[in-house]
Design a protein around this ligand. Structure first.
Ligand code: NAP
Length: 280
């Protein structure tokens, strides 16, 4: 039976992936912030899969909790076949309007947390010749105004994953980036916006951006189960790709960024986004 660990299992893609991997017959270690206290989340799974399901508290920015999770895996036999680094959150807003604490927290969760979890679990992952799935985003493929810190955190995950893909291939561990477009999870509600500063010089752009975001959030039709099932299917393959893009918007953005030369891409983006975000 494969052992699978998923971070950020309290919501969205993470919660769905726990259910999909359990249904597939895997031994699943669901982790999340205060997961043990949120008993309602996996009531059904706890009863149905009592022999192949564990719930552990894991705030990925907490070293002590990471060590406790590692100890638990050691006790479960010291192997781990699949790691899904899914936990993450979004901080949106103009860089100038954000404070150092917010900026560091964004990198702490989306990047350093992922690094520390992976680093601590690598002995088990190597032993199992495992597969690692790192959640990035279309924002990890293209920079976007008023989203710079979220983009930076995901670009960091991109660079790390591309490097580890080769570094860990010496030990038959495979690494894959998951690149979702916009999906209907709680990501939008959990977003942190910076624009509370009434004197911000970015206020007009922020307002337009937020309206745009709300408009598209309401229209989001892509169901997160597609990504959860997609990750499960990938994990069952012998060889996994470097990256897997999900959603029409994801595929469009990926094509735009990889096929259009930069000397066309940036002037066009500056023109279009300048018009859209600066309109009064
Ligand atoms: N939905 C989209 O459109 C979309 C698009 C591209 C990429 N993504 C990426 O997909 C991943 C999952 O997001 P989602 O869409 O499923 O959003 P979500 O519903 O907001 O879920 C995010 C999960 O991450 C957890 N989390 C946040 N900070 C954490 C921390 N310090 N330690 C442990 N867990 C933490 C949250 O836990 P709490 O419940 O405790 O807050 C929650 O379980 C993220 O990496 C996100 O960047 C999402």
């Amino acid at each position: 039976m494969r052992k699978v660990l998923i971070t950020g299992a309290t919501s969205g893609f993470g919660q769905l992936m726990v259910k999909e991997f359990l249904r597939n017959g895997d031994f699943v270690i669901a982790t999340g912030r205060n997961l043990i206290g949120r008993r309602h989340l996996f009531e059904h799974e706890r009863a149905k899969y009592s022999q192949s399901f564990r719930e552990l508290n894991l705030d990925i920015t907490d070293q002590q909790q990471i060590q406790l999770v590692a100890k638990e895996i050691e006790q479960l036999g010291g192997t781990l076949d699949v790691l899904v680094n899914n936990a993450g959150h979004g901080l949106f807003g103009a860089m100038e309007d954000l404070n150092s604490e917010e900026i560091r927290h964004q990198m702490e969760v989306n990047f350093f947390g992922l690094v520390e979890v992976t680093r601590s679990l690598l002995p088990f992952l190597r032993r199992s010749k495992a597969k690692i799935f790192n959640f990035s985003s279309v924002f990890g493929l293209m920079g976007f105004p008023l989203t710079s810190l979220y983009c930076a955190s995901k670009y960091a995950v991109e660079g790390l994953s591309e490097s580890l893909r080769i570094e860990l291939s010496f030990h038959q561990v495979q690494v894959c980036l998951i690149e979702p477009g916009g999906y209907r999870t709680d990501f939008g509600q959990n977003l942190k916006w910076s624009h509370k500063n009434p004197d911000s010089v970015y206020l007009p752009q922020m307002k337009n951006y937020q309206n745009l975001h709300e408009h598209f959030s309401k229209k989001k039709t892509q169901e997160p189960i597609e990504v959860a099932r997609g990750v499960l299917m990938l994990s069952l393959r012998r060889k996994i790709p470097m990256r897997k893009v999900f959603g029409i918007d994801g595929k469009f953005s990926y094509a735009l960024k990889t096929l259009v030369p930069e000397f066309i891409y940036f002037p066009v983006m500056e023109f279009i986004l300048g018009k859209v975000l600066s309109k009064t």
